[in-house]
Design a protein around this ligand. Structure first.
Ligand code: AMP
Length: 612
């Protein structure tokens, strides 16, 4: 499509969307509204308020949004409302860059489709036994959420047919590009019926993504969230990188580690307000939930109790916390990340009131890293990384609290009877007051141990492309080679695909990083030969990752990924590989590697810096 036509035809839905729009105002099907209600969503996120009406009208859509903004529901709710499912054909196709995302998106869509009997959602991704997928696809696959490589595989085998697709969504297009999937995406899009509705979501718009938009999106509306710049003074902002399943444990430790007066914890759904609040209560915190579900009087009472110091912690949704003005709030914790900068600024504005200084702590899961960068840009303030308090720090705080309680008792309670018992015990037990006090202390701390054993929470791994817009390139690490030509600390693996399969190093990095969801930065050198290639991976790579990779396909070919067990690099010492037959015919003796590089730098350069 010509650029000028495109500019005329596209309609931009910007920030004029009213803030107070509710899900019921958007025109969604009643079954979908029911599912939204069951999910506990109170109001549409900004990208949802903008994207849903356009998609419901059957328009194509370009969404500029990143993970954490609610973009899955932004496309799934209207498309599920609109598409006529017949229980047989594949009517909706969603392409995602990673297997993790395809599982997550498939689960979300299945949840939104819970009241639609004819909708069965199947995630399709590399790394899973293809026979398992055949079975699931045979039963019914009305919605397919796929990574491009594996989808191409199924298309070749005829196990997926796309000619009845009514809508296609390209999720995280810029990540697809980084994973080297663009050609596969082109191939797939060319097989989708011309009249199918199309939506593309991307956090950034590199040149290659714009080319896909020009080529495949046709006329489209645009939904984007404009990051307004705002400053937040007198609030110390920190973030904690944490895996989703560790969030609760991390929250409890943060609460214990911080010196706070009142604390407001933000979550996304009404259910989460009660869940988080109940779990904190079980750990002994003085906490209550606050959501739109509670009657106005009860909400007011909760806020009053917080004001008066009868309550220390409130767990709230955005809607319920609107307008809370309690000077005592020294801490705002964003347990679930807000959808956009504006709501972040609004949330943290609940602390640091009346000229006091406040604290804002933001929980970030690895996939949400980009949203962190967006917030930093828009608030023009860096958000410091914070570490979880250690067991020793928590122990010191508990001991100090305990001592404070004892001090209060000494000052206020009448202890004569207890002294009498103590004296009697020293005689009867033949011991001293010190030992008895130590035993009593030991008993008194049983529910909340003074020396807690705390499991180390794992540090989340972050894919290196998640911070690509803002971070300076990492300097290339000095890598030392061992005597066998393999880099120290690395092992060399074989892949049964080479130049003749039109495989590029980028395909290999993309497939490995995408299938196993590991950072491309840890991938070592890649050597490409005519009929096969080799890749070096750290020698401490998890067996679970290697298992996934052993099932990997690259450009539709079984990669037959396996460890090369001998010392020398191919092709010279090829004969001494453990199993000769693994390698097919012997490559010509003087065959030279096509290209050799480390996984990170040239990969990033050609993709990101060299070409746009
Ligand atoms: P996404 O950006 O699609 O990855 O969504 C991020 C998270 O937000 C998911 O856990 C969704 O369940 C949740 N979510 C999406 N829309 C809403 C909404 N309107 N209200 C509350 N939570 C939402």
């Amino acid at each position: 499509m010509e650029q000028e036509n495109l500019e005329n035809e596209q309609e931009t839905i910007l920030d004029e969307t009213p803030q107070e729009v509710g899900f019921e105002d958007l025109g969604l099907a009643p079954e979908i509204l029911e599912a939204v209600k069951a999910a506990g969503y109170e109001t549409p996120s900004p990208i949802q308020a903008k994207a849903i009406p356009a998609l419901l009208q059957g328009k194509n859509l370009l969404g500029t949004a990143q993970t954490g903004t609610g973009k899955t529901a932004a496309f799934a709710l209207p498309l599920l409302s609109r598409i006529e499912f017949n229980g047989k054909d594949t009517s909706l196709l969603v392409l995602t860059p990673t297997r993790e995302l395809s599982i997550q998106v498939a689960e979300a869509i299945q949840q939104y489709a819970m009241k639609l009997p004819k909708v069965h959602v199947v995630p399709v991704y590399g790394g899973q036994d293809i026979a398992v997928q055949f079975k699931a696809l045979k039963r019914a696959a009305n919605v397919i959420v796929a990574t491009p490589g594996r989808l191409i595989d199924h298309l070749k085998r005829g196990s997926i047919v796309l000619d009845k697709v009514q809508a296609v969504v390209l999720d995280e297009a810029d990540e697809m590009l980084d994973m080297g999937f663009m050609e596969d995406v082109e191939t797939i899009l060319s097989k989708i019926p011309k009249n199918a509705q199309r939506a593309l979501f991307s956090a950034t718009m590199p040149k290659e993504v714009i080319e896909i938009i020009d080529e495949h999106l046709g006329e489209y509306s645009e939904a984007r969230i404009e990051g307004k710049t705002t400053t937040v003074e007198n609030i110390r902002q920190r973030f904690l990188l944490v895996k989703s399943h560790d969030k609760m444990e991390a929250l409890a430790r943060v609460i214990e580690g911080e010196d706070f007066d009142g604390m407001l914890i933000f979550v996304r759904t009404k259910q989460a307000t009660s869940e988080v609040s109940e779990r904190l209560e079980a750990r002994g915190f003085n906490v209550a939930p606050l959501s739109g579900d509670l009657a106005q009087t009860l909400r007011e009472r909760t806020i009053n109790r917080l004001k008066m110091g009868k309550l220390d912690i409130v767990v709230a949704t955005d809607v319920a916390a609107r307008g809370i003005d309690v000077d005592r709030i020294t801490h705002v914790v964003n347990y679930d990340i807000p959808y956009d900068t504006e709501s972040y600024v609004h949330r943290i504005g609940r602390t640091g009131r009346a000229g006091r200084s406040g604290n804002a702590i933001l929980f970030i899961t690895p996939r949400e890293r980009r949203l962190l960068k967006t917030i930093e840009k828009a608030t023009r303030q860096p958000i410091e990384a914070m570490a979880l308090p250690s067991a020793e720090q928590i122990s010191a705080k508990r001991v100090a609290n305990f001592q404070k309680k004892i001090q209060d008792k000494l000052a206020n309670a009448s202890l004569d009877k207890f002294r009498e018992i103590l004296m009697k015990m020293t005689v009867e037990l033949g011991t001293n007051v010190e030992d008895i006090a130590a035993a009593a202390l030991c008993m008194a701390q049983e529910r909340e141990p003074l020396f807690p054993k705390m499991e180390q929470l794992s540090t989340p791994k972050v894919r290196d492309n998640s911070d690509r817009d803002d971070m300076p390139e990492k300097p290339r690490k000095e890598r030392k080679e061992g005597a066998n030509g393999v880099e120290e600390g690395y092992l060399r693996y074989y892949l049964a695909v080479g130049r003749r399969d039109h495989v590029s190093p980028r395909d290999i990095v993309g497939a490995i990083a995408g299938e196993a969801d590991i950072s491309s930065a840890i991938i070592g050198r890649i050597k490409l030969f005519d009929k096969f290639s080799t890749v070096e991976l750290p020698d401490n790579t998890d067996q679970s990752v290697l298992d996934i990779l052993s099932e990997m396909t690259i450009r539709g070919n079984d990669a037959k990924f396996r460890l090369m067990t001998d010392d020398a690099p191919p092709p010279k010492e090829r004969k001494s590989f453990k199993s000769k037959k693994d390698f097919g015919k012997k490559p010509k003796g003087k065959e030279k590697p096509f290209r050799e590089f480390h996984g990170d730098k040239p990969f990033r350069k050609t993709r990101r810096f060299g070409r746009h």
